[in-house]
Design a protein around this ligand. Structure first.
Ligand code: APR
Length: 232
């Protein structure tokens, strides 16, 4: 492990599960009681903005009740100590990577703690609720939406992510079901440039057979062990 220099880490909902944040694809196929298409699409927001805002307001408020777990903290340690290139790409919209010390981090699906004004385009750090339509601090319009990449929208920072994948020699995916593109395709991009690929997940995912190496178990145990190997 220690011979690698340029690492890309992809994380999904599974890394936050042990912190008490619900994953998307639970056994019942519902996301905290809702069908994904009722809360996580632009059409859902156009149809029922109050429902969608209340849903994300609840997720945002919940962040105050959860804390980074051993997996987030281990990646924070890796970020601080790793002398080579590193990019941590998360599909998660929580702030647990930041609170775990990660700095070389991209939120490809947006962030709960960001609000995006659909009138002037400005993004604002946001802690409170949006369901009462507060005015945009920049332009005053009452058209703030959660700064979340919904189904059918383009993920953020794809140019930086593809650049890092094109140069990496180690690709690690943690706690993601491999069902949502483009993230599910990152393992192929990394393989094309000859990177070693490792999956850490509780169960086998849709992409498991595409990885050179698989480790099954909870992220809170597997990630600290992998980080120790990398830093040894
Ligand atoms: N440790 C490791 N892996 C875990 C743990 C755990 N403690 N708990 C669950 N997992 C695994 C599950 O086995 C599953 O494979 O994490 C994965 C979570 O999968 P999803 O819920 O599908 O989450 P994710 O892959 O991040 O979803 C991708 O889909 O709904 C959209 O935009 C949303 O970013 C999200 C994207």
């Amino acid at each position: 492990m220690g011979s690698h220099r340029r690492i890309v880490v992809l994380t999904g909902a599974g890394i936050s599960a042990e912190s008490g944040v619900a994953t998307f694809r639970g056994p019942d196929g519902l996301w905290e009681g809702h069908r994904v298409e009722d809360v996580a699409t632009p059409e859902a927001f156009a149809r029922n903005p109050a429902l969608v805002q209340a849903f994300y307001d609840a997720r945002r408020a919940r962040l105050a009740e959860v804390a980074p777990n051993a997996a987030h903290l281990a990646l924070g340690r890796l970020d601080a100590a790793w002398p080579g290139e590193l990019l941590i790409v998360t599909q998660n919209v929580d702030d647990l990577h930041e609170r775990g010390g990660a700095r070389r981090l991209l939120h490809m699906h947006g962030e709960l703690k960001s609000a995006w004004c659909t009138a002037c385009g400005t993004r604002h750090r946001w802690e409170g609720p949006l369901r009462h339509n507060p005015p945009c601090p920049a332009c005053g319009a009452q058209r703030l939406r959660p700064d979340i990449v919904w189904f059918g929208e383009m993920p953020y920072a794809m140019d930086r992510i593809l650049h890092a994948l094109g140069q990496c020699d180690l690709f690690i995916a943690i706690g993601t079901s491999g069902q949502v593109y483009p993230a599910a395709g990152f393992v192929e991009t990394a393989r094309e440039v000859g990177a070693h690929t490792v999956e850490l997940n509780l169960d086998r995912s849709a992409m498991s057979n595409r990885f050179h190496e698989r480790r099954l178990g909870p992220a809170g145990t597997l990630v600290p062990a992998l980080v120790e190997e990398l830093l040894a």
